[in-house]
Design a protein around this ligand. Structure first.
Ligand code: SF4
Length: 360
């Protein structure tokens, strides 16, 4: 078992309950405001602290050497940057790494690093468990414990960076597709995006970050208003309200018609497309009629389709269709003019495949 110390941040000054300030949990604007109003510091000090933490990966305030000794001592009294441990690091033969990470209050979450060609994608979690209850997902079986803070989300990326560097790689893409429904934890996800996109910090490009949702329409509307210009993925899994509501309880709260309306007006950057995630379940959503209806559903919405054959996990009631049936489904969508990828189920041997993350 390998152990890594990772940057982890509590959500806010007030949340810690003892008035201790955690500078690493905040987007730069908020950190500036806090520094000015609560610590009586000029704004540029916030920029220095932010760069130390998010650009250089330094979480020990005493090592922030361009701050005066007095200021560092003062900050050490008023600020606390918390760390978390990576409990278990597992690797597959084809290079996928799954890290199980323990939060400061003892919960386990998972993040997965997937190298592919010159891309290294990290899949990050946003909640401990998930309350969406999708029938084909291992995380759903855990139930819901709590939201992750923005710091805990960014902390996974810090860990990913350390792990990738060990093998001479660099995380190039981030997908919010791990444990949890990102838009069910909107504020933390928004703050984590602000931190990750900030040029003073990790400086990710909007083109390299994808947030995935199971169809949380209220969150989609808020995300649309922020105009982050990141990529969007949506997990559809059936073109009919009836089957979708059976597979994904969130569809009872926000029916397919409402979801499609939100997707139609979602502000996409030029030449970008929404990624449609579709988990194929034998005999449930894999007929040619389903393929034709799916093609009809997304007509007029810039989109590409990712098909994923379900990775059965312990207790999972579904099986994947045969390769022949999968290809028929894929061909039907291609003939309708869609770009369709059949996602390889990488990481399945260590339960790091899609829908398999369950802190095991
Ligand atoms: S598929 Fe996503 S939204 Fe659905 S239960 Fe699993 S983690 Fe939650």
């Amino acid at each position: 078992m390998e152990e890594h110390e990772v940057l982890i941040m509590t959500e806010s000054l007030n949340e810690s309950g003892d008035g201790v300030f955690d500078p690493s949990a905040l987007p730069l604007e908020e950190l500036r405001t806090r520094c000015v109003s609560e610590l009586g510091l000029p704004k540029y000090r916030a920029d220095q602290i932010f760069a130390w933490i998010h650009r250089r990966g330094v979480t020990d305030i005493s090592k922030m050497t361009d701050l005066s000794k007095e200021l560092r001592e003062d900050l050490l009294q008023k600020a606390r940057i918390q760390t978390l441990k990576a409990e278990k690091i597992r690797k597959t033969s084809d290079g996928v790494t799954k890290a199980t990470v323990r939060t400061v209050d003892g919960h386990l979450v998972e993040t997965v690093i997937i190298p592919e060609g010159d891309k290294v994608t990290q899949c990050i979690s946003t909640q401990v468990g998930c309350r969406m209850g999708c029938g084909f997902c291992a995380t759903a079986q855990m139930g819901f414990t709590r939201n992750l803070t923005a710091g805990e989300i960014v902390g996974q990326v810090s860990l990913g960076r350390q792990l990738a560097e060990k093998t001479g790689q660099r995380i190039s893409n981030l997908v919010y597709m791990g444990m949890g429904e990102p838009l069910d934890n909107y504020e933390s996800v928004r703050d984590s995006l602000l931190i990750l996109l900030d040029p003073h910090g990790q400086d990710f490009s909007t083109r390299k970050i994808t947030v995935s949702t199971a169809g949380h329409v209220a969150g989609l509307q808020k995300l649309a208003e922020e105009s982050f210009q990141i990529n969007l993925a949506v997990s559809i899994n059936s073109p009919t309200q009836e089957v979708r509501a059976r597979l994904m309880p969130i569809a009872r709260r926000w029916p397919l018609s409402e979801l499609m309306q939100a997707l139609r007006i979602f502000p996409l950057q030029k030449r970008r497309r929404i990624t449609v995630e579709y988990v194929l379940l034998s005999g449930i959503n894999d007929s040619l009629e389903d393929a034709r209806n799916l093609a009809r559903l997304f007509r007029g919405i810039p989109s590409k389709i990712n098909l994923i054959r379900i990775n059965p996990f312990s207790g999972c009631p579904y099986m994947p269709p045969s390769m022949e049936e999968t290809e028929r489904f894929q061909d039907s969508l291609r003939r309708a003019g869609y770009t369709v990828f059949l996602r390889k189920s990488r990481g399945a041997e260590i339960q790091a495949g899609c829908g398999q993350l369950a802190s095991g």
